[in-house]
Design a protein around this ligand. Structure first.
Ligand code: SF4
Length: 189
């Protein structure tokens, strides 16, 4: 698979997942608070390189890849560089269309515990401010068509195992994704 084909395959996985999450949200009424972006401020978010390949490809196509790479190389804290705390609107992600897999899954997906049961992975704000919907969702989680983290990660593994299997702090994952794209096109353009 060429790099643009991988980007397209990852984007397809994301689009299917987004539709799945939208259905889950409407079934459960769980939703992010308007303007929130608190989960993005976590300094320990980890991601794979592959999930940021569409973002890196977008930067490359828009001639912003080198500039982002420089900013990532000189960044001193570990909060996601894509986060824009001053952004107005529904959230604070400055590249929402191209955000990573973890950014899409968090809040609206389940992991499978050691007993094979699904557990909703969501934030404290949803747990407390939407307590009724949260409790009702966790009680019937096995019956609901909730996205399951492992299953979506397996879809990325099938696209490129090397780029999907290892997790890095989010800014490093973005940096490696940009380096991967620049390296690929260095020999082609
Ligand atoms: S990519 Fe966007 S959604 Fe994901 S952590 Fe960064 S700012 Fe948040």
């Amino acid at each position: 698979m060429t790099l643009p084909e991988k980007v397209s395959a990852v984007t397809n996985v994301f689009e299917q997942l987004d539709a799945h999450i939208a259905t889950f949200q409407s079934q459960t009424t769980l939703h992010c608070k308007f303007g929130c972006g608190k989960c993005c401020f976590k300094p320990d978010i980890e991601a794979s390189v592959l999930e940021f390949l569409p973002f890196a490809f977008f930067l490359y196509q828009n001639k912003q890849a080198e500039q982002w790479l420089e900013q990532l190389e000189s960044k001193t804290d570990s909060v996601c560089l894509i986060l824009n705390p001053t952004q107005a609107g529904a959230g604070l992600c400055s590249a929402y269309m191209h955000r990573g897999l973890i950014c899409r899954l968090f809040g609206y997906s389940a992991r499978t515990n050691k007993y094979g049961k699904k557990e909703l992975v969501t934030c404290q704000i949803i747990k407390t401010e939407q307590a009724q919907a949260y409790q009702s969702t966790t009680q019937k989680i096995e019956e609901l068509n909730v996205p399951v983290m492992n299953q979506v990660y397996m879809q990325l593994h099938a696209i490129d195992f090397e780029l999907a299997q290892k997790f890095y702090p989010i800014n490093q994952a973005i940096q490696h994704a940009i380096e991967t794209v620049l390296h690929y096109f260095a020999y082609r353009d």
